[in-house]
Every structure is written in structure tokens, then in C-alpha cells.
Design a protein around this ligand. Structure first.
Ligand code: FAD
Length: 471
């Protein structure tokens, strides 16, 4: 009977799990392992809520594994030494993992595969995180797509039942190793503290993902209509679960196809955007540092520190921008429309390098995903592939009137503006003094004056891009 380790990373579930399913079918004794990677954890602030999400999801996995008399083996350290060490300790002949496409993860996995090979242990990585990976979707010329729509068409054409078939786990669970119950480390032992000021609102683990998915399944037909309105319950809220793999992408695609209609098609397209950015980063790892369009790599942004601080804090004086940033700061999630608006505002109104915003989102988003975040920022900043054209600039007030017409979202996150009438809430600086007074607002004290004038900053942004584009 051969022994294999299955190393869980961003796939924290036990169902429809490619690596686990394959390992259980090929080995008589399978040991699931997880490593809290010190090289990733150490730079994080102790209040980072993603660690709590991971820990809670692992607890669920641990409890389910106990039902089979098995358990999760957990280590804290550097996977480059921990994984080969565990493989040696358990006399494994192979280590299985679901493939990760981020440049740093590829470097880590390559080093581990080499180290295992030195011990005569096989490294097996399989596709799980996406429906199509790496070179599976290419243009007729055999090159990666740089524009989404033809990628989407090609992706859809290839979407056969096999591509989204489930990787079953339960029928093979008898091959899980019998292991003693060992408690998981606590948040404190990992060097993290629960953040009481901003309680954890998201459902966690595979059960949390299932709850969100069941709820979304009842709303999917309206997705295309409601998805752009932050005050409405439009999207699935599954991004953190997708990030940590507490739900399988194949399951989501199957759900979309089982509910044909405009809503499901629109949602499927969003899932495809995720893969578009993943394959893009895999083909172009340099995008982590550089813009897709080289002419915009070194735009001379003025980068005013006080403006950046105001943007981060949600105190720009533009209510929908501020509401979006406060949603991010308070909950660790931001609505997609607001990610576009706040990103555009940072770059095109405040003239701050998009990389600063990208880093801020990376720190704060529970669903932070390198490929989607980088792709989203390069898109909004007009420096990426298939990006928003640089001469088209979001007007934050028009966007606010269109996507939060009654100001419900603004009122939730900017309560100081709650008593303003709908007509004034999108641009309080235009409100009549009497209107402000009866809403209890002293401009500049209770709520900031707008940091910048959109019309003139728009001109400055156009000049900056025009000079670099050579047009
Ligand atoms: P839904 O609307 O229910 O969509 C379902 C899933 O599709 C999402 O969970 C996500 O996995 C995927 N998806 C949806 N829209 C996009 C998109 N535009 N690009 C890539 N994938 C998409 N998404 C992340 O998962 N992590 C990030 O770090 C991230 N950073 C972003 C930064 C910027 C500047 C922008 C403009 C977008 C970013 N997005 C990111 C994409 C998008 O905003 C989120 O995926 C979405 O808001 C998550 O909410 P949801 O799960 O309810 O999405």
C-alpha cells in the first residue's frame, strides 16, 4: 500500500477536489496536510482577517476528516522545508497538490518538486482552480488572447461536460489515513488577533460557500440586472470562497449551465474573466511589476501622499467613492462597480500610481487574488490588456447618480450624509446651505470638501496619458 500526501493550499474543501480525488484513487493511504506559510504570514498585520477565514475553514475540514477516523496534519513554517519533511516523516511516495499559477507559487512549487525528487518522491500537480489553464485556450495563431471577448467565445466553445465534471472524493474516503486527533493552532499561536472592531461577517468554510451558493441560485436569473447596484443584493458574494477554494469552480459553472438565461450567462462571463486574468498572468508574470502597455509603465504621476491617505480612509469628499472605500475598510470586500469607480478615481482624479491602489486592495480584500486584482487595476487605470480606453474617464458623480440613485449605499457607509435628500447626496458641495443645515452637515467638518475638481483633474489625466501614448 503506497502513501501520498495531499497538500491543501487555496483549495480548502473536501468535495469536488481534483488533487484529493486523484490521490485517493491512486494510493491506499492518503494524508491531507496544510502548512501555515511563515513567509506569507509574517509580513501581515496581526488583525488580518484572511488568516481567521483559513483557520475556520480548516476546522471544518478537520471535523469532516474525523468522521473517517482521519485528520488534517498542520505545520507552521516554510513549505519548502515542511513539505519534503512531512513526506519523509510519513514515508510518502508522492505529494499531490492543485496547481497554482502565481509566479511566487510556481517558484515555490518548483523548488519543492526538486527537493522531493532528490528523495525519490513524486510531485504531482493537477488542474483544479480553473476550468481551462495555461495554454488550453489560445488564438488561432497559437498565442494567448489579449482581448476578453474572443477568449470568452473560445472558452465557451470548449466547455464540454468533461471540462466541468466533478472530481468525487466521498467514494474513496476509505483510503484516508487513520490519524490521531490533533487540535489546530489558535489564531494567537499563529501571531494573529481576532479583530473585534470589524467583526467577521462572511460565512466561512465549505458550508459557508454552500449557504451563499444556495442563496445565489435563487437570484441568478436577476444577476445581469442587479449586479451593478451596490445597494442591491445582486452578485454572489462568493469571491473569498473562490479565492480559498472552499467552493469548486466546476460546481459554479455547472450551476450557471443548469439555470439557462441572461443572468446565468452574464455570471458565467464573470467567472471567465477570472480565468482570463489567470491565464494572462501565467503567460505574462512580468505584469506583477509592469503595465501590459509599456508606454504607460512610467507615467509621471504626482502621487500626493495626503490625497492617497484621504482615498484610503474614504474621505475624498466624493460620497460614492468614500462609501466604497469604507465598505472595503470595514468588511474586507467591495462591490465590483465600486472597485472600478474607486480605482478610476485614484488614478484619473487623484493622479496616483495605480500600483499604490493595487497594493492597498491587496492588503484589505479578503478575496485578494493577484491575477484578478492586477487585471482589474490595470483595466481601470487604462494600462492593461483589453483595458478601459484612457480617454474614457468615469465621472464619480454621474456613476453615483446612476448606480446608487436613491443614495441607499452612500447612507449606509457615510452615515453623516444620511439626512441629505437624494438630489444632494451624490455631490454635497452643490447642495444649498439650507439643505446642508437641515441635514446637520457642516461641509469641511462633518464631511470633507471634495479633494479635487473632477473636470480639471480629468483634463490633467488626459494630458498625462496623451503625452505618454504619443498620440
Ligand atoms: P460575482 O459578480 O458574483 O462574480 C462571480 C465571480 O466571478 C467572482 O467571485 C470572481 O471570482 C469572478 N469575477 C467577477 N468579476 C470579475 C472580474 N472583473 N475580474 C475577475 N474575476 C471576476 N476579484 C477577486 O476575486 N479578487 C481581487 O483581488 C479583485 N480585485 C479587483 C480589483 C479591481 C480594481 C477591480 C475592478 C476588480 C477586482 N476584482 C477582484 C473583480 C471583482 O470586483 C470581484 O471578483 C467581485 O466583486 C467579487 O464579488 P462576487 O463574488 O459577488 O462577484
Amino acid at each position: 500500500m503506497t502513501t501520498a500526501l495531499v497538500w491543501l493550499r487555496r483549495d480548502l474543501r473536501l468535495s469536488d477536489h481534483a488533487a484529493l480525488s486523484v490521490a485517493l484513487q491512486e494510493h491506499g493511504r492518503v494524508i491531507p496536510v496544510f502548512v501555515f506559510d511563515r513567509t506569507i504570514l509574517d509580513p501581515l498585520p496581526p488583525t488580518d482577517r484572511r488568516v481567521a477565514f483559513i483557520l475556520e475553514s480548516l476546522k471544518e475540514i478537520q471535523a469532516r476528516l474525523r468522521e473517517y477516523g482521519s485528520g488534517l496534519v498542520v505545520r507552521i513554517g516554510d513549505p519548502r522545508t515542511e513539505i519534503p519533511g512531512l513526506a519523509h516523516e510519513f514515508q510518502a511516495s508522492a505529494v499531490y497538490a492543485n496547481r497554482d499559477y502565481e509566479p511566487a507559487a510556481i517558484a515555490r512549487d518548483t523548488a519543492i518538486a526538486q527537493s522531493l525528487a532528490g528523495q525519490g518522491i513524486q510531485w504531482v500537480d493537477v488542474k483544479d482552480q480553473v476550468i481551462f489553464e495555461r495554454d488550453e485556450i489560445l488564438s488561432r495563431q497559437g498565442t494567448p488572447f489579449q482581448v476578453f471577448t474572443p477568449y470568452w467565445r473560445s472558452w465557451l466553445q470548449k466547455l464540454t461536460p468533461v471540462a466541468m465534471a466533478e472530481y468525487p472524493v466521498t467514494p474513496y474516503c476509505r483510503n484516508l489515513a487513520r490519524l490521531p486527533a490533533v487540535p489546530l493552532p489558535s489564531l494567537e499561536e499563529l501571531g494573529f488577533a481576532p479583530n473585534d472592531e470589524t467583526p467577521f461577517t462572511l460565512t466561512v468554510g465549505e458550508s459557508g460557500a454552500a449557504t451563499l451558493l444556495a442563496d445565489f441560485a435563487r437570484r441568478i436569473e436577476h444577476y445581469h440586472v442587479l449586479r451593478d447596484y451596490p445597494a442591491r443584493k445582486g452578485p454572489s458574494y462568493l469571491s473569498t470562497h473562490l479565492r480559498f477554494g472552499t467552493v469548486s469552480i466546476r460546481q459554479l459553472v455547472r450551476l450557471a449551465l443548469a439555470n439557462p438565461g441572461e443572468g446565468a450567462e452574464c455570471w458565467l462571463k464573470e467567472l471567465c474573466w477570472r480565468e482570463f486574468y489567470q491565464q494572462l498572468l501565467w503567460h505574462r508574470p512580468d505584469l506583477v511589476e509592469h503595465t501590459f502597455r509599456p508606454e504607460f509603465d512610467r507615467l509621471p504621476f504626482p502621487n500626493r501622499e495626503d490625497w492617497f491617505a484621504a482615498w484610503c480612509a474614504g474621505r475624498t469628499g466624493y460620497p460614492l467613492v468614500d462609501a466604497g472605500m469604507r465598505q472595503l475598510n470595514q468588511t474586507g470586500w467591495m462591490h465590483n462597480r465600486l472597485r472600478m469607480i474607486t480605482a478610476s478615481f485614484l488614478v484619473k482624479d487623484l493622479l496616483i500610481d495605480w500600483r499604490r491602489g493595487e497594493r492597498y486592495f491587496a492588503e484589505k480584500l479578503l478575496d485578494f487574488d493577484l491575477a484578478s486584482n492586477n487585471g482589474g487595476w490595470q483595466w481601470a487605470a487604462s494600462v492593461g490588456c483589453d483595458a478601459q480606453p484612457w480617454f474614457r474617464i468615469f465621472n464619480p458623480v454621474t456613476q453615483s447618480r446612476k448606480f446608487d440613485p436613491a443614495g441607499h449605499f452612500i447612507r449606509r457607509y457615510c452615515p453623516e450624509l444620511a439626512r441629505l435628500p437624494d438630489s444632494a447626496i451624490h455631490a454635497p458641495w452643490l447642495a444649498a446651505p439650507l439643505e446642508l443645515e437641515s441635514a446637520g452637515i457642516r461641509q469641511g467638518q462633518d464631511y470633507p470638501h471634495p479633494l479635487v475638481d473632477h473636470a480639471s483633474q480629468r483634463q490633467a489625466a488626459l494630458a498625462l496619458f496623451k503625452a505618454a501614448s504619443g498620440r
